[in-house]
Design a protein around this ligand. Structure first.
Ligand code: KG4
Ligand code: ZN
Length: 334
């Protein structure tokens, strides 16, 4: 059987990324240009700045990916691009680059869901076994997805308010830590103690949904009340206590779902999957079960295009194609 080589493009948020992947499993090139430094001084991603950076970067990132992989256009079987969800102006840059290339080079075009990409980042490490449970935790998403076969996604739980990464970034901002706050809190949490008993949002019994806005409010109130009493809480302890609450809920629900659906594999994905506390808590809990847990390396947890090419390969092999009318879809559902 002939190899399938796909070029992937990802521009949904603040990383301009192009990758080339063989058979959905082997990375030939994975180039990511991060814009974090440009957004830092605003304390978050500024959509208009993101779009402009993507426009400036995309052709260089593409050239570099082609060079790094030593790939000629004749060898590329198709172009996969994130069509959504994400920032509309940012998505449009990737979608239009992909359409222009597909038209000019006469290649099939495949629109990919960003979260499908995060899930398939794991397949770059290990072959999937179904049924599979995916915990997706990023700046925009907190979801538990059950997969019974390739490309089939069943949403069994999701956040009702803030995403986990969003909660990390907001709490970090209260602690006056630079953007993005997740890695900062992760680092501080290791130095702190679980001194404050923050609430855990379990929601209804049996629910696999999440909620982080109550926890966020509780952190604000705790900091505020301490200040009024002239007491300064240690940032390290706030970080450790906040992180403990997030990890407790994420880990408990993931283990419960994995057992209920009797899955053969559990994978984690998204930027918050880089969290050291979450990784070790999940490892410890799943070690007590017979269910294998897959944790992708850090560079595949955060946004990249290899994951888009990997997810695109499955769609490509299943015969899914997008037309040149493909558009950015900021609220695309999985
Ligand atoms: O997947 P991602 O790169 O972009 C989205 O699709 O959202 O995730 C970014 C999110 C940010 O909220 C960031 O603070 C969080 O992932 N993040 C972390 C860590 N590294 C990144 N959160 C907690 N601990 C980390 N080590
Ligand atoms: Zn992402």
């Amino acid at each position: 059987k002939k190899d399938t080589i796909l070029l992937g493009i990802e521009t949904s948020c603040d990383e301009t990324a192009v990758a080339i992947v063989k058979n959905g499993r082997e990375i030939l090139a994975n180039v990511v240009a991060s814009q974090i430094d440009s957004h830092k001084r605003f304390g978050g991603v500024v959509p208009e700045i993101a779009s402009r950076h993507h426009v400036e970067q995309i052709t260089y990132v593409l050239e570099e990916a082609l060079q790094q992989s030593n790939t000629v256009w004749e060898a590329i079987d198709g172009i996969a691009v994130t069509e959504g969800p994400g920032l509309v102006g940012a998505l449009l840059v990737g979608v239009n680059a992909a359409k222009a290339l597909a038209f000019a080079k006469q290649k099939p075009l495949i629109g990919v869901h960003h979260i499908a990409g995060h899930i398939y980042a794991n397949r770059l490490e290990k072959e999937f076994e179904f049924p599979l449970l995916a915990l997706i935790v990023s700046g925009g998403h907190t979801e538990l997805v059950l997969m019974k076969s390739h490309g089939a996604y069943e949403l069994i739980g999701e956040t009702r308010d803030d995403a986990a990464g969003e909660a990390y970034d907001k709490v970090a901002r209260m602690l006056q830590l630079p953007y993005p706050g997740g890695p900062q809190i992760d680092r501080l949490a290791e130095l702190g103690e679980e001194a404050i008993d923050f609430p855990r949002a379990w929601l209804e019994q049996n629910s696999y949904d999440f909620s982080f806005s109550g926890l966020k409010s509780s952190v604000i109130n705790t900091i505020h009340n301490a200040k009024q009493r002239g007491k300064e809480l240690r940032k390290e302890d706030i970080a450790a206590s906040f992180q403990a609450s997030v990890i407790d809920v994420l880990t408990t629900k993931t283990v419960r779902a994995a057992k209920e659906f009797d899955v053969k594999q559990v994978i984690i994905a998204g930027g918050v999957a880089a969290n050291r506390g979450l990784r070790s808590a999940l490892e410890a809990e799943f070690a007590k079960t017979s269910i294998p847990l897959l944790i992708p390396p850090l560079n595949l947890c955060t946004d990249n295009a290899a994951m888009i090419a990997a997810a695109g390969t499955i769609a490509f092999e299943q015969g899914r194609r997008s037309g040149l009318e493909l558009n950015a879809r900021p609220s695309l559902l999985l």
